[in-house]
Design a protein around this ligand. Structure first.
Ligand code: C5P
Length: 413
């Protein structure tokens, strides 16, 4: 979705600048045009040559270079971009942006621009929490600058806390969300609609250190939440423990167990569409141990007494005034896929089932591609093998079509 977009990276001087290479690679992979303005301090961490090679474009650093100005003036640099990203946004460059300084090419471009600006802060934890930096962030936020991160973590200075720059994938997601927000209303058929998506596995405690879970990666569910948000929906994503990043522009509620997932879904309130993509554990411990179950030499292994988990999809599908207009479930099967999925649609009471074969040979669990069949009251649609993102976009499109169609009663009026 970044194809043809023009991204201007303002690369400042921080150790996190090394992540810029991966960021450029990810943006170029999506066919975005990337150009860099490199500060003097930035050039101490990454070389103009490496940026030039990766962007396949000239790198701009000198405001007073006659060649640079004649080829591309500082105003033109911002005019020629759809979005500017300050990466890493050091305490220094944030202070200069907040103060309106224009004493080098980077600060001048940032002052001259009327394009959306995203900043990815990276600095020592004390510099980030310092009142001066926080005041600058407040000033910049009030002026419409968007921020991604910083994350908590161990930093290059061996301290722990907020200050670590977001990962390149997170920055790309934030760029996508910002560019989406710029799109005209015609591209947002789900504007004003609320969506609930469940994703990832659940973890059911055996004792305080052990749990029952499954291999769900959350890739498909997270992609669906992102795709619905791209079409303008107000999305709540209830996610089990996953390693995929939170989709940008989506309210994420993180849970562990199926009981917590159900409570979070009910707490999300009335929605127009619910998509249950989570791989909810079917059973939980009848009585999880409150202390770690100890191994006893020579004793038989403990037997785990299980009890069924609540069925979230079936609960959300129950008829009533609060039922979403559309409830979509998933059927992950290893045999008799279609027959089992058709049966599941009736048993759960949902409107649509997205059926996919998760036999190990298909590589669906944790993989990037998916072959699905969309089962509704109208019949079965076989979709070709697509990336999980494309499956998500196609499903979000079908949901938008359904929700924007007049209901049968309205149509008859
Ligand atoms: O019953 P089964 O697990 O095969 O059903 C799969 C569908 O039901 C998925 O959409 C899954 O998210 C949902 N489900 C649920 N709560 C459960 C079990 C499954 O929402 N306890």
């Amino acid at each position: 979705m970044l194809k043809g977009k023009r991204i201007l990276l303002v690369v400042a001087g921080g150790i996190a600048a090394f992540k810029v290479h991966e960021l450029i690679r990810l943006l170029r992979k999506q066919d975005a045009a990337v150009r860099c303005v490199l500060t003097e301090a930035g050039a101490k961490f990454v070389t103009p040559l490496s940026l030039q090679a990766l962007t396949e474009d000239k790198v701009y650093s000198d405001m007073f270079s006659l060649t640079d100005e004649s080829e591309m003036g500082h105003i033109q640099l911002s005019r020629d971009a759809d979005l500017l990203v300050v990466v890493p946004a050091t305490a220094n460059i944030l202070a200069r942006m907040a103060g309106g300084l224009a004493d080098d090419l980077a600060s001048t471009v940032l002052l001259a621009t009327d394009k959306p600006v995203l900043a990815a802060p990276a600095m020592n934890v004390r510099m980030w929490s310092h009142a001066a930096t926080q005041a600058n962030v407040g000033t910049l936020t009030a002026r419409g600058i968007r921020f991604v991160g910083p994350n908590d973590g161990v930093m290059a200075c061996n301290e722990f806390g907020p200050g670590r720059m977001s990962e390149p994938v997170e920055i790309v997601a934030a760029i996508e969300a910002m560019l989406e927000a710029e799109k005209p209303a015609a591209d947002k058929p789900l504007a004003g609609k609320r969506a609930l998506v469940t994703s990832g596995p659940t973890r059911e405690a055996i004792d305080p250190v052990r749990y029952i879970s499954n291999h769900s990666s959350g890739k498909q569910g997270h992609a669906i939440a992102a795709a619905l948000a791209q079409l303008g929906a107000d999305v709540t994503l209830v996610s089990g423990p996953v390693t995929v990043p939170d989709p940008a522009g989506v309210a994420v509620v993180k849970i562990d167990s199926a009981d917590q997932m159900l409570a979070a879904c009910l707490a999300a309130g009335a929605v127009d569409v619910a998509v249950c993509a989570a791989a909810v554990a079917d059973w939980k411990m009848a009585a999880p141990a409150t202390a770690k179950i100890k191994k006893q030499a020579g004793a038989a292994p403990p037997s785990l007494v299980l009890t069924p988990n609540p069925d979230i999809l079936a609960t959300l599908s129950r008829p009533g005034p609060k039922r979403p207009r559309l409830v979509v479930g998933f059927a992950a099967e290893t045999e008799n896929l279609i027959a089992n999925a058709i049966d599941k649609r009736t048993r759960k009471g949902c409107d649509w089932i997205v059926a996919n074969d998760v036999s190990p040979a298909t590589g669906t669990f944790g993989g990037d591609r998916n072959t699905v069949h969309l089962i509704s009251a109208e019949g079965v649609q076989d979709w070709p093998t697509l990336s999980k993102e494309r499956v998500a976009m196609q499903l979000a499109g079908a949901i938008a079509l359904h929700l924007t169609r007049p209901r049968p009663a309205e149509a008859a009026e």
